[in-house]
Design a protein. Sequence first.
Length: 262
Amino acid sequence: MAGAGISTPSGIPDFRSPGSGLYDNLQQYDLPYAEAIFEIDYFHHNPRPFFALAKELYPGNYQPNLTHYFVRLLQDKGQLLRMYTQNIDGLERLAGIPPERLVEAHGTFATATCTVCRRTYEGQDLRLDVMNGTVPKCPTCKGVVKPDIVFFGEELPHNFFKYIRDFPLADLLIIMGTSLEVEPFASLAGAVRSSVPRLLINRDSVGPFTWGTLRPTDVTQLGDVVSGVGALAQEIGWTQELEALMAQVNRRQKNKNNSSAS
Ligand code: OAD
């Protein structure tokens, strides 16, 4: 299970860290309150603040970091049952975690839907408008086209409910970079069998790790997530493979950038 804290090392602010988190830095959008930027009723009233933010977060501006590649390595080694992420930055996909192993519980910028006629679009179709600061409109009905991000007041994607089968099967749950403040995602932490170790790698203790509901098999690694995941990789002897994987993907990315520049 992951949240915005795994992407802060890539340069993307999280939501709730005091001072640096997004909810403390939305003054310029003149919102009635910070969370309104992700509320569906507010979006229908005024989509501009969300699209201003979307311009910042749109996939392509940021690169995955060691935490994303660690999950990719789990997958390469046949150890990943599923990654449940709340993040909408697309860095899991960029790190090569296959879409079928991913549950993007709060949606994705990869696809979009017209809020009026429900016509569907690829995220790429909106890119130009979003980058130009224009609210994307449906050519068919002129409705606002909204990236398939889950707003407060909207249902989670269908594949979120895979958790019903996945969590009882897990033999280890790693939770990284999330405040576990948003439901129903947060409750997934309680959905593994009671004997299953839960490892929290986060700057601060959160959710069931603080409420006095700790299980005897729970483990907390507090501090920076890259250091915590790096220490885990070291402990299990994966450091070299992890570095090689990152170098390989970076090389590919550079070649791709060079060939699209020429
Ligand atoms: P939050 O901002 O609520 O929590 C991020 C957590 O990561 C906090 O506990 C931070 O201390 C921790 N953190 C940040 N950077 C870190 C680092 N470098 N190393 C270790 N820990 C770090 O983000 P989420 O839990 O993802 O919803 O927020 C959940 C949802 O709330 C989001 O998906 C979003 C928001 O409203 C939607 O977009 C619908």
